[in-house]
Design a protein around this ligand. Structure first.
Ligand SMILES: Nc1ncnc2c1ncn2[C@@H]1O[C@H](COP(=O)(O)OP(=O)(O)OP(=O)(O)O)[C@@H](O)[C@H]1O
Ligand SMILES: [Zn+2]
Length: 465
């Protein structure tokens, strides 16, 4: 069996063949860090963490890179509102992103490059595009000459002429053609900026991913991923920039997750219809959120409701209870050989079925159905008067293995020291900004988890209650 991936580029499920045998180079567009993440933003984090885990489980060495957009109009605006500088805003929400995603069971990437730390590479990339005739400077901005790149539109399956209809030149933009997009933006009064051959300014959004993917993974990567809304223009523009520069294919497989909607509308910060991860995990086990996301195939939309979320919680509980029951029975089982084989075969069949589902474009929804089957059979088995240690252990091992592939925990774990320290840091920052509501919420959240804080002249101390 081989793994199949639905490729947005070809609109087909394709057999996954990495460029280099046994190795996968994977790049996931990360967040613009100006706010806490909502559960829509958590979806790509969870989904592609699971893809990575599964590829690793299937024996690949995965090089996983995910960026932070730490300069952007939205960050500059948030900085003004909060009365701090843009770097401070980004720093704070990068920390919050790590705290949230680690609670959701997402592993850290091999690299989390930031725009502000890769300015030289970005500038060099733009210079090379100008040299090749794909880009031009205009009034301190630099634009990409979209029509110069032949394949433009291939990812989102649109022709340049279709796109022309919607393209506009905004006031202040000095473009040759409405389809051209900014690679570099001249600094406006009082904005954060960097020196460049075109004067003070900052990079456009799209160029950062082309430059950072190339720096950390090379000219051609295997899997490039992000939310569905990134297909156009962001990923289309990344392809144009990277392929114009190198003349090589940029990414071989393009994966896009579907939206989390609320009342059939995309959850988004700008619409205000969001649920923050931070708020959810204050009240619920973060693992339920992960389980909830994985209960639906990553390309399908999810219409979020509290009821669906509660169902996910009940489902996860059912699986964990089956495992706990196996664990209890483990101690009182004996070495019986009679009748074992039938159960061992059943477990093996379910294992194979799980792999088959996951090999088919990472179908975690069907994979989870297999887990429910496993729980059902475990429960049948536990009704037997005498149980065999071999079978109990085989069931347990199967649960442990498949849960770990999905990044799920079977035991409810205590908070790690590091997570506690992170939360205390966030609370101290909130207090510094006189955001006492947030500070109190963090204190209460820690209290719920039996962590007691003591504010002293030397700082905040904590202990487990
Ligand atoms: N409702 C959603 N469902 C699924 N994925 C989403 C949703 N909203 C954003 N994403 C994804 O979250 C990731 C982080 O993106 P980013 O920080 O740029 O979010 P954003 O576009 O600013 O969010 P918003 O749309 O709320 O303004 C991207 O991969 C994006 O596609
Ligand atoms: Zn990107």
């Amino acid at each position: 069996m081989t793994i199949k991936i639905y490729n947005t580029l070809t609109r087909k499920k394709e057999t996954f063949i990495p460029l280099e045998e046994g190795k996968v180079k994977m790049y996931v567009c990360g967040p613009t860090v100006y706010n806490y993440i909502h559960i829509g933003n958590a979806r790509p984090a969870i989904v592609f963490d699971t893809v990575r885990r599964y590829l690793e489980y299937r024996g690949y060495e995965v090089h996983f890179v995910s960026n932070f957009t730490d300069v952007d109009d939205k960050i500059i605006k948030a900085a003004k509102e909060l009365g701090v500088d843009a770097i401070t805003v980004a720093e704070r929400f990068i920390e919050a992103f790590f705290a949230d995603t680690s609670a959701l069971g997402c592993k850290k990437a091999d690299a989390h490059p930031r725009v502000t730390e890769n300015m030289d590479e970005i500038i060099q990339f733009i210079e090379a595009l100008i040299e090749k005739g794909y880009a031009y400077e205009s009034g301190g901005d630099v634009y990409f000459r979209t029509r110069e790149f032949d394949g433009y539109g291939k990812l989102s399956h649109q022709s340049v002429d279709d796109l022309k209809v919607g393209a506009r030149i905004q006031p202040g933009e000095l473009k040759e053609d409405p389809l051209d997009f900014a690679l570099w933006k001249a600094a406006k009064e009082g904005e954060i900026s960097w020196d460049s051959p075109w004067g003070k300014g900052r990079p456009g959004w799209h160029i950062e991913c082309s430059a950072m993917a190339r720096k950390y993974l090379g000219d051609t990567i295997d899997i490039h991923a992000g939310g569905q809304d990134l297909t156009f223009p962001h990923h289309e523009n990344e392809i144009a920039q990277s392929e114009a520069l190198t003349g090589k294919m940029f990414a071989r497989y393009w994966m896009h997750n579907g939206y989390i909607n609320i009342e059939n509308e995309k959850m988004s910060k700008s619409l205000g219809n969001f649920v923050l991860v931070n708020d959810i995990i204050r009240e619920h086990d973060p693992q339920v959120l992960r389980f909830f996301m994985l209960s639906v195939h990553y390309r399908n939309p999810i219409n979020y409701s509290e009821e669906l979320f509660a169902n996910a919680g009940a489902g996860l509980e059912r699986l964990k209870t089956a495992y706990q029951n196996l664990k209890h029975r483990h101690g009182v089982s004996a070495n019986l050989a009679d009748g074992d084989q039938k159960w061992l075969d059943q477990i093996k069949a379910l294992h194979d079925e799980f792999i088959e589902k996951m090999d088919d474009d990472f179908n975690t929804a069907d994979g989870i159905s297999v887990l429910f089957e496993l729980a059902k059979h475990a429960n049948y088995y536990l009704r037997e008067k005498n149980t065999s240690t071999t079978v109990i252990e085989a069931f347990m091992k199967e649960f442990e293995e498949l849960f770990s592939v999905l990044g799920l925990e079977l035991e409810t774990e205590e908070l790690l020291d590091e997570e506690i320290e992170q939360l205390i840091k966030q609370r101290n920052e909130a207090r510094k900004e006189r955001n006492f509501k947030l500070a109190d919420e963090i204190r209460d959240r820690l209290k719920d988890m039996n962590i007691i804080l003591e504010d002293t002249a030397q700082g905040t101390r904590w202990k487990r209650g």
